[in-house]
Design a protein around this ligand. Structure first.
Ligand code: SAH
Length: 361
């Protein structure tokens, strides 16, 4: 078993089964996540932080757990300092991870699957189908290697980045693994993110939303894109099975922390969903819900049929919402010249050749 897929209580269970004191779980988590000690390396090298650590336990950990992390294959940096990494797992599959600068805090955009089964018509990742789910330790691994890379390239200690599950994949279609990874991210003696530091974005996968209360109270975002069913059907095929109104009802029933809003992403496509009439239907649909609209101008990719609206139209659309007191912001496109922007994440050639599992949603 890979260590990075363990919750602290599971490590306690393991300690108990091997007659070690339970209190070591906390120490081990602190050493691995806070001190960033590489246990395997420490077996052969003396490490000051491990002088009081029982050698027997250290050896047993090294035998029972795999401490390998995914590997960075390539890195690209764009003008706006967005960093895109291609990260490979032990089976040779890889996904892209993006580190996005936001004022004083950075955000890591994490993938949850290799490819995606949702087949949205505007999304590059969606054109490639689903290859497989990511395991909890792989999701944690993506974060850890990206964070480490970030500190290395900048040559200084950095505040731990926030997380958005907005990379490849539909996170609620990989419910159990994403849930467990989230719980690990929040462990007090581990990475110790707060629930508000993590945002999960869904295309509207109802079976996952219905049991989303099982997740810690992280932020949730919905890829809304159009409040008109025929248009949303054309953009997100999932809408035919789980229409927007059903999804919004499910979302509105979810418990929320204080001042925690539902973020709705609205992809703006030229002459498709960017008219005043589109804005009116959108306003009517969400006006009673605690939402913030995040407008994303469409990012083109090789072979895409849609176009990005003019900047003036994007601003206009925002003002139509604001006049009706709907909070809206424009997601400034980051990293688009390195194809690191929303919907541009691509599975590499290796993955494309890999056998696809049948898509079941
Ligand atoms: N499957 C989840 C997580 C992916 S999030 C979801 O759909 O929410 C990625 C975000 O980027 C989504 O809001 C998606 O709709 C948006 N996106 C996808 N392709 C895009 C493109 N070409 N241009 C702009 N945004 C895009």
């Amino acid at each position: 078993m890979n260590f990075y897929g363990l919750k602290q209580n599971e490590l306690e269970e393991w300690l108990k089964n091997h007659n070690f004191p339970l209190a070591h779980a906390r120490t081990i988590f602190q050493l691995v996540y806070k001190e960033k000690i590489n246990f395997i390396h420490s077996l052969n090298h003396s490490d000051a932080l491990l002088t009081n650590f029982p050698t027997q336990l250290l050896k047993k950990l090294a035998v029972d757990f795999d401490f390998t992390l995914p590997k960075i294959k390539t890195a690209h940096q764009s003008q706006d300092q967005t960093i895109k990494l291609l990260i490979e797992f032990s089976d040779g599959k890889s996904v892209e991870t993006v580190l996005i600068p936001f004022h004083h805090k950075h955000t890591i955009c994490l993938s949850t699957q290799v490819g995606c089964a949702m087949n949205c018509s505007f999304c590059y990742t969606g054109t490639q189908g689903l290859t497989r789910n990511l395991a909890p330790h792989e999701i944690i691994g993506l974060y850890l290697v990206t964070y480490k890379y970030f500190e290395e390239v900048t040559g200084k200690k950095q505040v731990k980045p926030n997380i958005v599950y907005m990379g490849q994949g539909e996170p609620l279609h990989n419910f159990d693994n994403v849930k467990k990874a989230t719980e690990i991210f929040l462990e007090t003696y581990g990475i110790e993110l707060g629930p508000r530091n993590i945002t999960l974005s869904t295309a509207g996968y109802l079976p996952g939303l219905e049991k989303f209360t099982e997740f810690p109270r992280i932020n949730i975002a919905l890829s809304l894109h159009s409040a008109i069913d025929e248009k949303r059907n054309a953009l997100i095929p999932l809408n035919q099975k789980y229409p927007l109104t059903t999804i919004l009802t499910a979302l509105s029933k979810l418990p929320r922390l204080k001042r925690q809003y539902i973020m709705c992403e609205y992809l703006l496509i030229k002459d498709f969903n960017d008219s005043f009439a589109d804005a009116e239907v959108l306003i009517e649909t969400i006006k009673d819900l605690p939402v913030i609209i995040n407008l994303i101008p469409f990012n083109p990719f090789p072979g895409s049929v849609y176009q990005r609206p003019e900047k003036s139209r994007v601003d206009e659309f925002k003002s139509w919402l604001e006049v009706k007191k709907i909070p809206a912001m424009i997601r400034t496109t980051k990293g688009d010249e390195i194809l690191a922007a929303c919907g541009q994440l691509y599975v590499d050639e290796l993955n494309k050749k890999a056998k696809k599992v049948p898509t079941q949603i």
